[in-house]
Design a binder for this molecule. Structure first.
Ligand SMILES: Nc1ncnc2c1ncn2[C@@H]1O[C@H](COP(=O)(O)OP(=O)(O)O)[C@@H](O)[C@H]1O
Ligand SMILES: N[C@@H](CCC(=O)OP(=O)(O)O)C(=O)O
Length: 366
């Protein structure tokens, strides 16, 4: 098999037991399989949960804490225990891991986003295994990724992974929660994640996991929209990841065919940037940018709202509502002036330049 770049997300339930301890047998199995992938020269990025689950016992909690300070303190303890265990086990295979703790801010800030990308790429180029987790100790509720399923989807899009493997405690997605409906059927392959599938994936998971199947599906939807095929399921033994990559995994494959990957800048605009203004465009401009792949020109803009600078991200609306987001090449002041002149019959014909306001490469539809 050709060299592939694989993101593997391992949930708390696949790393720890219900008593807040790292399950060394489970961990050893993952490490053996990662080492097998490395032997085959694949690049591996691990998104590992388990910090809270591995740390709460040392803090004297009887079960996974529910308060923010409890979870953050547990993560501070558990994260170092986890990395220590990974380091020791990977060392047997002469593999060095590198810990990366990310916050949502690292994605929303364009230069931090670029830096994270460069660091991960450098680690991969040098043969290391980045082990990523959310920086739980400093992330507060409204500023979190939600869960590591979503973090793994964002990471896999961001580094253009060939596949995202979400390893969990169940062999894939069922048409209903199998814990409640014993006749539920496993879905082997899906292309589109429908509202129905999401509704039937609600319901709690293990005592140590956070998101349940629904969060995995939402993550798969994001990864899929970024052109990354996803596997959700289980596996055992040294060859579990290579078997999953070959299509023989015990779980659900989610892949859309004919989808190319989306470049990192457009991913950032779509998923992480904050729009600071709004442009309202007419039907001709809507057709040009949505159906004809054109850049947005000033002639189609009839209203500018908000204060922004050249290089900021703005929303674009038409009478049909929000169309997408893009990076503007004008400040709001210049643009307002430009649009005013353009629509002023007195000066209209004297005003010739027609430089794009949003270049097509810096535009994403919602
Ligand atoms: N439709 C469904 N198909 C499969 N699993 C489901 C479904 N609905 C709910 N679940 C639950 O989701 C759980 C997996 O989520 P979770 O325990 O959070 O995993 P992890 O710790 O690996 O992130 C399963 O064990 C199962 O109980
Ligand atoms: N960042 C948290 C994990 C959050 C999370 O999404 O957990 P899980 O549902 O087990 O993948 C931790 O390390 O405990």
């Amino acid at each position: 098999m050709q060299k592939q770049r694989i993101v593997i997300k391992i949930g708390s339930s696949s790393l720890t037991n219900d008593y807040g301890e790292i399950d060394v047998i489970k961990l050893q199995d993952h490490v053996n399989a990662i080492a097998a992938l490395k032997e085959e020269k694949h690049e591996v990025i691990l998104v590992s949960s388990g910090a809270v689950a591995a740390g709460f016992t040392s803090l004297g909690y009887p079960s996974r804490p529910v308060t923010l300070k409890g979870k953050q303190a547990a993560a501070a303890v558990g994260q170092s225990l986890l990395i220590q265990s990974y380091t020791e086990l990977l060392h047997e295979f002469h593999i060095t891991p590198a810990q990366i703790l990310l916050t949502k801010h690292d994605f929303s800030n364009r230069s931090r986003y670029r830096n994270a990308f460069q660091t991960i790429t450098e680690l991969l180029d040098r043969g290391l295994i980045p082990i990523i987790n959310e920086n739980d100790t400093v992330s507060v509720d409204e500023l979190t990724f939600g869960d590591n399923d979503m973090l793994s989807a964002l990471v896999s899009g961001f580094i253009h992974a060939d596949m995202l493997i979400i390893l969990t405690d169940i062999n894939g997605l069922y048409d209903q929660n199998p814990q409640i409906y014993p006749t539920a059927k496993r879905l082997d392959h899906i292309e589109v994640i429908t509202e129905d599938l999401l509704k039937n994936a609600e319901g709690s998971g293990s005592k140590v996991g956070t998101g349940g199947m629904k969060s995995k599906l939402l993550a798969a939807k994001t990864a899929s929209s970024l052109g990354v095929p996803v596997f959700i399921g289980i596996g055992q033994g040294r060859n579990k990841f290579s078997e999953i990559m070959k299509g023989n995994g015990d779980g659900t494959y989610i892949m859309k065919h004919r989808l190319g990957s989306i470049n990192t800048k457009r991913q950032w605009i779509a998923l992480h940037s904050e729009a600071v203004g709004k442009l309202y465009i007419d039907e001709g401009a809507e057709d040009a940018i949505l159906n004809r792949g054109k850049s947005l020109l000033p002639a189609g803009v009839f209203k500018v709202k908000g204060t922004f600078e050249k290089g900021d991200v703005v929303e674009v609306h038409s009478v049909n509502g929000l169309l997408g987001k893009g990076v503007v090449t004008y400040s709001s002041n210049d643009l307002q002036e430009y649009v005013r002149k353009l629509h002023d019959k007195q000066v209209k014909n004297k005003f010739v330049p027609s430089i794009e306001i949003i270049h097509r490469d810096h535009w994403v539809e919602v």
